[in-house]
Design a protein around this ligand. Structure first.
Ligand code: HEC
Length: 164
């Protein structure tokens, strides 16, 4: 098995998926359903891309700590970042996400986090996160830290689409 560091994948894609999201502004009645995409994350590819320096990433996370915890599931100005990878933006009930986040349909993973953290308000217009952005050169280390410290979203039970 070759663990190719897919750093190019961290920087290259600026995803223009927002135009596709945002339909459906009806009020949710039950617990929100995760989209099928949430269950189809290629964890091996994610991990291969996360080959940065987590120790350096921890230092890069310091400015984030005024608004985010990743050691405890407790919100500050921003939502906690435990189990970030594979989690859908805006779904948590215990944090008052912006409607931009709720309606984005974004699943947090290497590509989407790279694009969001590089320029939060450009990637997700209307987001409440008031942060200018993370430098491209720092992204791999920061994401490696977020992954190693916060881990994957718990696998949702019950309504997971059947694998064929
Ligand atoms: C000034 C406070 C603040 C700082 C500093 C900040 N954030 Fe945020 N962040 C927020 C808020 C508020 C949100 C909620 C966004 C929304 O609802 O639109 C958020 C959302 C996020 C999300 C999406 C989480 C989810 O559950 O959808 C991630 C990931 C994130 N921030 C990472 C970071 C990282 C990494 C840093 C440091 C490089 C950082 N943030 C710095 C306030 C902040």
């Amino acid at each position: 098995m070759s663990a190719r560091p897919l750093r190019v994948a961290l920087v290259a894609p600026i995803i223009l998926s927002l135009g596709l999201a945002g339909c459906g502004d009806d009020k949710p009645t039950g617990p929100p359903k995760l989209p099928k995409e949430a269950f189809n994350i290629d964890h091996a590819a994610e991990v291969a891309a996360l080959s940065g320096d987590a120790v350096r990433g921890a230092a890069l996370f310091r400015p984030c700590m005024s608004c985010h915890r990743i050691d405890e599931p407790q919100h500050r100005t921003g939502p906690h970042l435990l189990g970030l990878f594979g989690r859908q933006a805006g779904l948590g009930k215990s944090y008052p996400y912006s409607s931009a986040s709720r309606k984005s349909g974004v699943i947090w993973r290497v590509e989407t986090l790279s694009a969001y953290l590089a320029a939060p308000r450009k990637y997700m217009p209307g987001t409440k996160m008031n942060y200018p952005g993370v430098k491209a050169a720092d992204m791999a280390d920061l994401l490696t830290f977020l992954y190693e410290k916060g881990g994957l979203a718990p696998v949702p039970s019950g309504d997971a689409p059947k694998e064929k």
